[in-house]
Write a protein that binds this ligand. Structure first.
Ligand code: SF4
Length: 251
């Protein structure tokens, strides 16, 4: 196993919004064990699909951008699914770049060994534990995500907890429960994110309709809890084209 085994589905060479206060590249890793209705990168869920961008190409790009980028954000899909991620992160550090993760916390056992090597984590908490599977459509997901939060809180790492509020599922009481539970576990106050229709499957877009974060969490609710308008990168049209090309090749 080495960084070259990483299945990378997409690469954004420059982003100012995926790692707070840092300029980064973003690598979208293939595969996720969950299946959230609002997933903006559903093409990246398939855990058997191969990557389309060799890690060696990313390494070359980074070496050409030395001094222009602070590091790489690994997103997905679920980046911690791939055991080669640790090798890639270690290699990045040796090259003098930082490393950050956008993770759902689906693999706490794999997240733990990454923590000493990663500089920042954006951790999604999707629901109260009892309602997690309503969002991810996978049993046991809540235990995993909340265990990952405990690991992150106990570490020295800089992090953000974000809650994508799915207005087709979550209620204000659910969001209040999440905020209270994060606080009870010693975590930083979460940031509430709007669910976007862009990139999501048509069935979800139809369900979402005109529902918005404020329909679940009115402006006056949860004072002091940040709402985010600018959201992290999603798989760009270029990535979708690459995935489509891969699928066409596989047929
Ligand atoms: S955890 Fe993230 S990548 Fe996986 S299905 Fe849910 S939204 Fe998509």
């Amino acid at each position: 196993m080495s960084a070259d085994d990483l299945a990378v589905a997409g690469f954004v060479p420059f982003s100012a919004i995926d790692w707070p206060g840092r300029l980064s590249a973003v690598a979208f890793l293939q595969g996720c064990p969950w299946n959230c209705g609002y997933c903006q990168n559903p093409d990246l869920i398939d855990m058997k699909a191969p990557g389309v961008i060799p890690w060696a190409d990313i390494r070359t790009t980074l070496e050409q951008r030395r001094g222009l980028l602070d590091g790489v954000v690994f997103s997905g899909g679920e980046p911690t699914r791939q055991r080669a991620l640790l090798d890639a992160v270690v290699e990045l550090k040796e090259l003098g770049f930082g490393a950050a993760l956008h993770t759902s916390g689906a693999y706490p056992d794999r997240l733990g060994p990454l923590l000493p090597h990663v500089d920042w984590i954006g951790l999604d908490i999707k629901a109260p534990s009892s309602r997690y599977a309503d969002v991810t459509r996978r049993t046991g997901s809540g235990e995993r995500a909340w265990a990952s939060l405990d690991l992150v809180v106990a570490s020295e790492i800089d992090y953000e907890v974000r809650v994508t509020v799915d207005p087709t599922i979550l209620t204000l009481e659910d969001v209040e429960d999440i905020v209270a539970e994060v606080a009870r576990r010693g975590g930083r106050p979460p940031v509430l994110q709007e669910t976007r229709a862009e990139g999501a499957r048509p069935t979800f877009v139809e369900r979402l309709g005109n529902l918005r974060l404020t329909d679940v969490v009115p402006a006056e609710a949860l004072p002091g809890i940040e709402r985010r308008v600018e959201l992290p990168s999603e798989a760009t049209p270029g990535i979708r084209e690459a995935v489509s090309r891969r699928e066409a090749t596989e047929v």
